[in-house]
Design a protein around this ligand. Structure first.
Ligand code: PLP
Length: 243
């Protein structure tokens, strides 16, 4: 197990640097985030011990279960799943420093209020639904600027950029359109120069499409399967509202 994970990480890093080379980018501008849903804490530990520092869960329940074990090793924890407002207190309690899946006003407002009460701040990325699929979360592209403007006024939330899940397609060009759309929205927001809004991070690209995402400017790629192996549950379980 240990060897396999370490070998897979080396392969991913090579894929990242090859993709950077092809698009003339410096590999240090792309962060590797380990998407750890369904992965046992012991396996995540192997990756952290091998030098990885950035991990993210999709479900509060898993965040909670693994928190104690992973505490032993310094790392940064993001959240990339659909967050219900009644679980906001948990992501604060279990050390999440960035919510990448902020996709609605209601969630932003309640998160901001809770942070204010606890005298804390949090980094956020706005999740955009660039593939127009019912089953995925994210604000629609044409409403993104408005949400960013609203969140910009919330003093405990620091907007750092945008996040998306690209269309899962065997045709890379279709997926590329999603990533390009996210970058277009980023550029639009940069041009608006809203006070308190940073647009440095583009979190896009996963095991199957990270090269495409890096070609379109990804600064964070989120990788699960290619490092930890196939998951027992289909992604729809994590990406669907009713589960
Ligand atoms: C599971 C997941 C990933 C990683 O997907 P893989 O295909 O396993 O690399 C990335 N982002 C989100 C939001 C996820 O839920």
């Amino acid at each position: 197990m240990t060897e396999k994970i370490i070998e897979n990480m080396a392969t991913i890093k090579e894929r990242i640097s090859n993709a950077c080379r092809e698009s003339g980018r410096d590999p240090s501008t792309v962060k590797l985030l380990l998407a750890t849903k369904t992965v046992a804490a012991e396996c995540i530990k192997i990756a952290l011990q091998a030098g990885q520092t950035l991990i993210a869960e999709n479900k509060v329940q898993e965040l909670k279960e693994k928190y104690g074990i992973l505490q032993e090793i310094p790392h940064t924890s993001h959240f990339i799943g659909h967050l219900q407002t009644n679980k906001i207190k948990d992501i604060l309690k279990y050390g999440v420093s960035c919510l990448q899946s902020l996709d609605r006003f209601d969630l932003a407002e309640k998160l901001n209020r809770r942070l204010l009460a606890e005298n804390k701040t949090m980094d956020v990325l706005i999740q955009v639904n660039t593939s127009d699929e019912e089953s995925k979360f994210g604000i629609s592209p044409d409403k993104t600027v408005e949400l960013v403007k609203q969140v910009a006024n919330m003093e405990s939330l620091n907007i750092k950029g945008l996040m998306t899940i690209g269309l899962l397609s065997s045709e890379a060009e279709k997926t590329r359109r999603c990533f390009r759309l996210l970058r277009d929205i980023q550029q639009q927001l940069i041009a608006l120069a809203l006070p308190g809004v940073e647009m440095k991070e583009l979190s896009m690209g996963m095991s199957g499409d990270l090269e495409t995402a890096i070609g379109e400017g990804a600064t964070i790629v989120r990788v699960g399967t290619a490092i930890f192996g196939q998951r027992p549950t289909p992604d729809s379980y994590y990406w669907n509202e009713n589960k």
